[in-house]
Structures are given as structure tokens and as C-alpha cells.
Design a protein around this ligand. Structure first.
Ligand code: ADP
Length: 515
């Protein structure tokens, strides 16, 4: 192994890498190309249950403009050097800022952080990769624009572009983020700049308002993929509603997940409840603030009795369904009556409103998220077990009570086998649910790390055997996940990759796609 670099890209000689690095320096300036171990530490930090070495970068480069990105891409083509683009690089539990494979050069786009446009009439924005949710929130607040964002939970430091291209979700009516994106600019592996949708039409002013453009709709192929480097993203913002009412339905029995989902689905599908609802398990609610050792010191995963005790202490349900109503007070009133009627008819659960939970920090946190107000509280989950290990397992489920129940039972059985706690929530789309499970473990403990790795593998395989797949995968398991989706899907992805990126320079291996 070369001493000069902490890693080298696969198949690239040290001589060629030296040449590439000096060309990156000429293009970006010495100070924007890092190869020293200490400067690279932040780009090699992972939370996944695999050795750091598997995701060690060879270098990091930090362009500030589209032209610089193009120049980097040209250098990569000359020397066959692979780059792994990141936007804000806060993809914690999915790979963080580290490359998907050892030796790849991280292309850090954080310094491209201009908010290019916010249109308060059409409620659209156009942003660069480095723009954070907090930055966009502050921009809107400072100008007193009547616009709301949708952001993922720990989002202040993450950004809309990275989150959307990885198909992340939030908690408002615009919570399915890719669905509410409109128009991309992409530096292709050849260095050409593509604008999707209406963006390719000279003088068009409809890039951020009409998604489809003409001919094949391309935006999708730039999400969870490695077909280009996205340098601009259009997104729709929500007009601030005149009124907002948030509430929680608490369920005290784990089996009530069936009633919760069955009560919710018709309301969600009819848009009576318009937002991406969360049904959060007690351990998720308490895990951000409670200490595991205060409730459970035994071997294996935490007992149901300990979780119930914690839920009582913290005044949360075993399941907590958070939803919001948006619109005029009159509209809200009508929908509120329908919801109350539906919950009463189900015979399960207790509805509590913002007025009743005035000072409850857990409720406020959820209520804020449903209004696109961000914080980083979810990171508190990392203290539950401590030791910096996190790996999201996020299978998709039909929005059906029996399906939720089945996934819950499967997940708990598998986690239990490995002594890992069930820390989870369901995020409800229109017909689907993302069952989000944080596989938390102490990464400083070799036995726990091994258990987490085996656990994750079993979760993937056993869920797949029942026809369940994940909506997003961390970089340690992307290959395995890609295999689950079958040969034809892999083959088609590869054909596109070969056509667009014959030298395989952009994020090889992302979502299991190679040249
Ligand atoms: P966030 O900080 O919002 O969680 P990241 O910036 O880490 O997200 O991006 C998540 C993932 O999306 C990255 O690991 C990378 O695979 C992909 N990605 C991020 N930015 C880009 C981009 N500009 N072009 C292409 N892919 C990207």
C-alpha cells in the first residue's frame, strides 16, 4: 500500500493517481484537494457495522462551480479515477460522507451552497448541493416569505439536494421529497451539462413548475444512482397554510398497530390527513432522551416490560401516531370531526391535541417537524446504546394493518436474536409505509458490531423472502440489496451505466451499479 495516500482507487496506479491529484490541484487550488490522513478523517467516518478500511477515501476534492465539477470529471476520465459525490454528507446510518467503496475520491459539493432562486408566488426554489435545510429555512424566515419546507428529522445540517437524490422523506404534505422536486441540472460523466424537464429549452421559465418536459422523464435515473453529478435541484415549497393543527393518537398496546394503520389509511388516501404521518414506537420516542442502562441491564434486546415502563415514565404510547391538518380554520374543523369520528369508531387509541400537550417536548418535536421546522434531536438516538453504530433498515410495506403487524413481528424476532433493540417508526405515504428501523449498536465493541452486521444481513434476507424490499440502502449493503431486486434490473442499470459513463468514474458501485 502506498504511504503517500491512505488508500488508492482500485485499478489506478500511484503514478496515475499522483498525476490526477496534481491536475485536481491545478483546477481547484491546492487548498481544495485533500490527501492527508487528518484532513480526510471526516470523509472516512462511518457508523456502519463494517471496518472503516472498506470505506476509506483516497482523497477529497471540493469544487465551487459547475465548471470546476466539469474539469474534475475530465481529469477522472483521463486517469480512470472514481469520484463519490456528496452534497452535505450527513447521510448518517446510510454511509455518511464516506465513499461507497475503498479508494474512491470524495467530491464534496458543500461549498456549492447558493440558493439560486425562491419564488414566493409559485412556491418554488432552485438550490445547489451544499444548501442546508437550515440555510433555506433562514432565507425564507429572514424575508418573511409565506413558505414551509419539508425536511427529514435530523435535517438542520443536511440538505434538500442530497436528501432528494437519495429519495429521503419528510413529515409534511410534501414529505415524499422526490415527488416534490422539479427540474435538475446534472454534470454527466462526459462533462456535458444536462438540464432535465423544461430546463433544456432555451429561455424557458417553466423549469421549476413543470416536471415532465418532453420525451422520457429522466430525473428518476439520477436518484439513488451514479449516472451523473447533480449540481442544481428545483423543489416545490408548501404555501404556508392559514392554520395548522397537530395531534397525536396514542396506543398502549403493541398489537394496536393494526388499528392505527387501518384507521389512518382511508383518511390519508383521501387527503383528509394530508401529511406524511409518523407512527412511532415508544422506544424511538424515548430513546432520544432516555438512557438504556436506566431501564435495562440484562443480556439481549430490551424487554417489552422495560419499554412499557419507559413509555409510562415519559408519557408516550407504545405507538404514537402524529398527524397534522393544514388549511383554513373551517377546513380543519371539518376534517378534525371526521378524524375524531374514525378514531372513536375504531375503539382504540386516544387523541391528544397541541392544546392538551402544551408543554410536552416530545409532542413539540413532532409538531415542529410537521411544519418543516428542523433540529438535530434525532441524533439523540445515538446515545441510546452509545458507541457510534447505526445502520438503517427501511423496508417498504403496504399501508395495511396486517402487513405492519407481520413486519413488526419479523423485525423484533430477528433483532432479538442478535440482542438489538427495536427502535422504529412507520412513515405513511399514500398507500405505502416506510418501516424505518435504526439498527443501533456499539461500534467500539467488536462482538456487537459483528452482531449488527449479521442482524442486518438476516433482516435483508428474511424480509426479501417474504417479498419485502428496502426503499434505500446503506453503502455497506448496497450490493446485497441490488441483488435482491433481480438480474434484469441489475442488467438494465448496468447498460445505462455503460452508455453514460463508459469509464465508470462516477460513484461505481452505488446501488450496486458498476460499468
Ligand atoms: P444528506 O447529507 O442530505 O443526508 P448526502 O449529501 O450525504 O445527503 O447525499 C446522500 C447520497 O446521495 C450520497 O451518499 C450520494 O450517494 C448521493 N448524492 C449526494 N449528492 C449528490 C449529487 N450532487 N449528485 C449525485 N449524487 C449525489
Amino acid at each position: 500500500m502506498a504511504e503517500k495516500y491512505i488508500a488508492l482507487p482500485t485499478g489506478v496506479s500511484e503514478r496515475d493517481f499522483d498525476a490526477a491529484i496534481s491536475e485536481f490541484r491545478a483546477a481547484l487550488g491546492d487548498e481544495n484537494v485533500y490527501t492527508e490522513a487528518d484532513r480526510l478523517a471526516a470523509y472516512g467516518k462511518i457508523m456502519l457495522p463494517v471496518p472503516d478500511a472498506e470505506h476509506a477515501p483516497s482523497a477529497a476534492i471540493s469544487p465551487t462551480s459547475v465548471e470546476q465539477v466539469q474539469r474534475c470529471v475530465a481529469i477522472c476520465n483521463t486517469y480512470r479515477v472514481p469520484v463519490w459525490p456528496i452534497s452535505t454528507g450527513k447521510n448518517l446510518g446510510y454511509g455518511s460522507a464516506a465513499p461507497g467503496n475503498r479508494g474512491q475520491v470524495v467530491m464534496d459539493l458543500r461549498r456549492m451552497n447558493r440558493i439560486l432562486e425562491v419564488d414566493a408566488d409559485l412556491c418554488t426554489a432552485l438550490v445547489e448541493p451544499g444548501v442546508t435545510y437550515q440555510q433555506l429555512y433562514d432565507y425564507i424566515a429572514q424575508r418573511k416569505l409565506p413558505l414551509w419546507l419539508s425536511c427529514p428529522a435530523p435535517s438542520a445540517i443536511a440538505g434538500p439536494l442530497g436528501n432528494t437524490v437519495d429519495r429521503g422523506v419528510g413529515y409534511t404534505p410534501y414529505g415524499e421529497h422526490f415527488l416534490f422536486s422539479c427540474g435538475m441540472e446534472v454534470v454527466m460523466p462526459t462533462g456535458e451539462v444536462l438540464r432535465t424537464g423544461m430546463g433544456s429549452l432555451p429561455n424557458s421559465n417553466t423549469w421549476q413548475v413543470f416536471k415532465w418536459g418532453f420525451g422520457p422523464y429522466l430525473d428518476g435515473i439520477f436518484t439513488q444512482s451514479n449516472f451523473g453529478i447533480v449540481t442544481k435541484l428545483g423543489l416545490w415549497l408548501m404555501p404556508a397554510p392559514p392554520a395548522f393543527k397537530s395531534f397525536v393518537i396514542r396506543y398502549d398496546d403493541e398489537a394496536d398497530i393494526v388499528a392505527a394503520v387501518e384507521t389512518l389509511r382511508p383518511l390519508r388516501m383521501a387527503n383528509i390527513i394530508p401529511n406524511a404521518v409518523v407512527i412511532s414506537h415508544a422506544l424511538w420516542e424515548c430513546g432520544t432522551v432516555a438512557k438504556r442502562a436506566d431501564y435495562f441491564t440484562g443480556p439481549g434486546s430490551i424487554s417489552d416490560a422495560a419499554v412499557a415502563r419507559m413509555a409510562r415514565d415519559r408519557n408516550v404510547g407504545i405507538w404514537n401516531l402524529y398527524a397534522g391538518l393544514y388549511g383554513s380554520p373551517e377546513q380543519i374543523e371539518v376534517n378534525w370531526k371526521i378524524i375524531q369520528g374514525a378514531v372513536k369508531a375504531s375503539g382504540r387509541g386516544e387523541i391528544l391535541t397541541a392544546e392538551q400537550l402544551d408543554r410536552d417536548p416530545v409532542f413539540k418535536y413532532r409538531s415542529d417537524l410537521m411544519q418543516g421546522k428542523m433540529n438535530v434531536k434525532e441524533f439523540g438516538l445515538y446515545n441510546w446504546r452509545g458507541g457510534g453504530g447505526s445502520c438503517w433498515f427501511a423496508p417498504v410495506s403496504q399501508a395495511r394493518g396486517v402487513e405492519a403487524k407481520k413486519q413488526l413481528a419479523m423485525a423484533k424476532t430477528i433483532l432479538d436474536r442478535h440482542g438489538i433493540d427495536y427502535v422504529a417508526e412507520f412513515i405513511v405515504g399514500w398507500r405505502d409505509m416506510h418501516h424505518i428501523i435504526d439498527v443501533l449498536f456499539d461500534r467500539t465493541d467488536a462482538a456487537q458490531t459483528k452482531a449488527a452486521n449479521e442482524c442486518f444481513t438476516e433482516l435483508l434476507r428474511e424480509f426479501a423472502a417474504e417479498g419485502y424490499g428496502v426503499y434505500r440502502a446503506n453503502t455497506a449493503f448496497q450490493e446485497e440489496v441490488a441483488n435482491l431486486y433481480g438480474d434484469v434490473k441489475r442488467d438494465v442499470n448496468q447498460k445505462i451505466k455503460r452508455a453514460l459513463d463508459p469509464n465508470g468514474i462516477i460513484a461505481p458501485g452505488k446501488s450496486g451499479i458498476w460499468v
